[in-house]
Design a protein around this ligand. Structure first.
Ligand code: FES
Ligand SMILES: [Fe+2]
Length: 444
């Protein structure tokens, strides 16, 4: 974007409101990709997606098509999906195993699994050319470009396309609890992905999805009808059930009706630098049913009673890792946000298995995945409809600002952490925090 056309981003974001163009302007989107998504740490995938050498999957970081690939030495590499010869994509498939090497389908240049050039057919053709002058086979221009930085935290692989910046741990700060909470709940201390993910393309700006994740005001409105229907059935089943309780999966949906706005207000949001946010309040999924008791036993054996209580006592509903990840760690759910355009956003919806936990606990995660987060559920569909309607409204001339004023002025700031005030769980503090981080990223 030429300098004279760069808008003053600080002016577009006020503490309690944001200009509509932030969501709808294609040039602003391009700058977001450059300054945010193609700079900060972005989640690429879980290492269990590529268990064997040569296993790969493709992923988008900002506007860049990338490859996540397991090398021969066991290390997971993140490479640009582009051949250094004439620019062909190296991997056309979403996932697979490439064997011992990558072989470009256009002119058969071959590459090691870490991107280094292996062979160029008819080498003699390059004598005296720029490639040979710069080191022939060792010429870095002949290798597949790597992501500037790659880090793996407990199996979750992140890449940054910028060589400078905070380390992954510094960047994540307190939001790192999302991955600790998920892995610690596994008796073996780690999780594995359950392939494959759901992919949903929404016709709305990527920030609308992120802002919705910690919007505790919306569930009792948007999801009320689904919650009520589930609650009606839950009551009937509970009457018939011997123990007086319907299966837990009904509760996953009925909670959208029974947890009313004043109850959501009992939760709290914690807002951190770089735009990360946590919504506290576990949804009461620690029942005393036989499956849970069996899981508790395995966990106590693995960790001891004291540590077990600490692990299952972690009080998190949702962690938002800005700018592209929404994690529900107690239920092993993760949604990765991949912006495709100013009004098009892909979400990848993943769930994980706790290694060493009984099968019934995995089934619980799967039930939540299907009932709440999948494209098949009305919960997701109702959210999607609102995202689309928001984008439509924001594209109109019906107003210039988006209001983020709920409980503004009542946030509590301490040591760089902004908490929503007491009994203000439905505060718009998380959206204010995300936009504050956005303005900072964009203005630098
Ligand atoms: S474009 Fe890849 S070998 Fe030619
Ligand atoms: Fe929702």
């Amino acid at each position: 974007m030429p300098q004279e056309r760069i808008p003053n981003f600080a002016r577009m974001v006020e503490p309690d409101r944001v200009r509509k163009e932030v969501y709808t302007d294609a040039q602003i989107f391009e700058r977001e990709m450059e300054r945010i998504h193609e700079t900060v740490w972005i989640y690429c995938g879980h290492e269990s997606q590529v268990p064997r050498a040569g296993d790969y999957c493709t992923v988008q970081i900002g506007r860049q098509p990338m490859i996540l690939v397991r090398g021969k030495n066991g290390k997971v590499n993140v490479l640009y999906n582009r051949c250094p010869h004439r620019g062909n994509m190296i991997c056309g498939d979403r996932e697979g195993n490439t064997g011992e090497q990558f072989r470009c389908s256009y002119h058969a240049w071959t590459f090691q699994l870490d991107g280094r050039l292996k062979n160029i057919p008819m080498k003699s053709a390059y004598e005296g050319t720029r490639y040979q002058a710069k080191g022939g086979k060792d010429n870095p221009d002949c290798s597949i470009k790597k992501a500037a930085r790659v880090e793996n935290y407990r199996g979750f692989v992140f890449a940054s396309l910028a060589s400078d910046g905070p380390s992954l741990k510094e960047f994540l700060g307190k939001s790192i609890v999302a991955f600790d909470d998920m892995c610690d709940r596994a008796p073996a201390g780690e999780v594995e992905v359950v392939p494959n993910c759901f992919r949903v393309i929404q016709h709305s700006n990527w920030k609308l999805f992120l802002e919705n994740q910690l919007d505790a005001l919306h569930p009792s409105v948007v999801h009320q009808s689904t919650g009520r229907a589930a609650h009606e059935v839950e009551k009937i089943l509970a009457k018939k059930a011997r123990g007086g309780a319907a299966p837990l999966s009904y509760h996953m949906l009925s909670a959208f009706a029974t947890v009313t706005i004043d109850k959501w207000d009992d939760f709290q949001t914690l807002n951190y630098p770089y735009g990360h946010c946590i919504l506290t309040g576990y949804m009461g999924l620690r029942p005393q049913d036989p499956d849970t008791l069996a899981y508790d036993k395995v966990m106590i054996k693995a960790y001891g009673k004291k540590r077990f209580e600490q692990i299952v006592g972690v009080n998190i509903h949702h962690v938002l890792v800005y700018p592209g990840l929404s994690v529900q760690s107690p239920l092993q759910q993760l949604r990765a946000v991949r912006p495709l355009g100013v009004d098009r956003t892909l979400t990848e919806i993943w769930h994980f298995r706790l290694k060493g936990a009984p099968e019934a606990i995995y089934r619980r995660s799967l039930a939540y995945y299907n009932l709440v987060n999948s494209p098949a559920t009305l919960i997701n569909a109702d959210d999607l409809e609102n995202f689309w309607k928001c984008h439509q409204g924001l594209s109109s001339d019906g107003g210039d600002w988006v209001s983020l004023a709920r409980h503004h002025g009542r946030d509590i700031e301490k040591n760089g952490v902004v908490s929503s005030g007491p009994k203000m769980g439905t505060s718009e503090a998380p959206m204010r925090n995300q936009m504050k981080a956005w303005a900072k990223f964009m203005q630098v």
